[in-house]
Write a protein of this length. Sequence first.
Length: 118
Amino acid sequence: MRNDHLSIPSELGTIRIASSAVADVVARTAARSYGVVGLASRTRVGRLLGRERAASAVAIAEEDGKLRIDLHVVVEYGLNLAEIATTLRSQVTYEVERLTGFDVAAVDVHIDDTRRSK
């Protein structure tokens, strides 16, 4: 993540939210999404991450007051990958905007691998 905190200006002052908190929202939303087997490491392709390191599958950048999110996932083999990516993009955008108040400019979903769920 580029910044430690993201800021939202308001009439009464500035609201600062840790980038790691936003990344956690993204990771939890993705992990609960249909077709997602797990979150993938951005540096080691195909490696599933445990729950405590899931936010490392997410990169967040702020551009012109809006967020750009990169999300790396492993999905269920045999499902429509484009449909899963579209659904993930929509769900992540909704949850981040709802919980943080930030506008989301883009969610780039990287499907790093497919696996059969157990």
